[in-house]
Design a protein around this ligand. Structure first.
Ligand code: GDP
Length: 295
């Protein structure tokens, strides 16, 4: 189970119905295909690219009938997803992961799941409650810490997030923790302040541990479709985002947003969230993803 059932229904099954409904690929067929791709949130730019690929495929006879469209599209989409993929580099502990994103996207849950993933690999994990703005965020992180067996570094609500992060990095170094995962605030109504805060946190981590943070993950809610793409652009400018986490893919037919993000932004999707449980986070595997989409 990859959690893509809804997207599969919205995208692949509609393409299959389209194929059955037409004897030839004509302009009307292409218009319908365009509408299906846009509805699955593949994005305007990527949809235009895919349609031009299809037109070229028809012209050079790679696609001679509607049935030949599906494997053709699958190939194009998996090429988009796989291009330029690189693995996360191995680092000397502590590996520091900074997690950013707007409130409500599933940031805290993702941190818990991510911590659990490393715990299951036998690593020690520390969580830092860098979102000091919301008492609930600190409490929620503690609940996750208890659940997965990770220590949580926290200060009181309203305290300086930079101080929390400083303490966490010192403590992770002193205790030789394998993985330190840092939560950050996500209140977007004070956008410029938030971006400044994230930059400051980044600088402190880097000052206290050169080379860190080893990754900065931006968490995006897949159900928000193109909004997620816009958030990625916004955070990308301020926070040197190195990878993306797309949450709630289980709850949306808009999983095409993965394709839009990959083709429009130069940031790899690292993880996908496919449910609320502790196990429902998977490393993103582009080949597996496109296979599941077209299965
Ligand atoms: P935060 O404000 O960004 O920290 O968001 P939370 O981590 O509190 O998550 C908000 C809600 O989304 C919670 O109810 C989570 O259980 C839910 N959630 C997070 N990730 C996923 C996911 O991958 N799938 C589903 N279905 N729900 C998720």
């Amino acid at each position: 189970k990859v959690g893509l059932e809804k997207t599969r229904k919205g995208l692949t099954e509609k393409i299959e119905q389209l194929i059955v409904g037409y004897a030839d690929i004509d302009d009307e067929f292409l218009d319908d295909l365009e509408a299906i791709l846009l509805t699955a949130d593949v994005g305007v730019k990527t949809t235009a690219q895919l349609l031009s690929d299809v037109r070229a495929g028809i012209k050079n006879k790679q696609i001679q009938s509607p049935e030949e469209l599906k494997p053709f599209l699958q190939e194009k989409i998996s090429t988009i997803l796989i291009s330029g993929e690189t693995a996360e580099p191995e680092v000397q502990p502590p590996m520091v992961i900074m997690v950013v994103g707007v409130n409500g996207v599933g940031k805290t849950t993702t941190i818990g799941k991510l911590g659990n993933y490393y715990r299951e690999q036998g690593k020690t994990v520390m969580l830092a409650a860098g979102d000091t703005f919301r008492a609930a965020a600190i409490e929620q992180l503690e609940i996750w810490g208890d659940r997965i067996g990770a220590e949580v570094v926290k200060h009181t609500e309203g305290s300086d997030p930079a101080a929390v992060v400083f303490d966490a990095v010192q403590s992770a170094k002193a205790r030789k923790v394998d993985v330190l995962i840092i939560d950050t605030a996500g209140r977007l109504h004070t956008k410029s302040n938030l971006m400044e805060e994230l930059k400051k946190i980044y600088r402190i981590i880097n000052r206290e541990l050169p080379g860190a943070p080893h990754s900065t993950l931006l968490v995006l809610d897949a159900t928000t479709g193109q909004n997620a793409v816009n958030q990625a652009k916004l955070f990308g400018e301020a926070a040197a985002v190195s990878g993306l986490v797309l949450t709630k893919l289980d709850g949306t037919a808009k999983g095409g947003v993965v394709i839009a993000i990959k083709s429009e932004l130069n940031v790899p999707v690292r993880w996908i969230g496919i449910g609320e449980g502790v196990q429902d986070l998977r490393p993103f595997d582009p080949a597996e993803f496109s296979q599941a989409l077209f299965a």
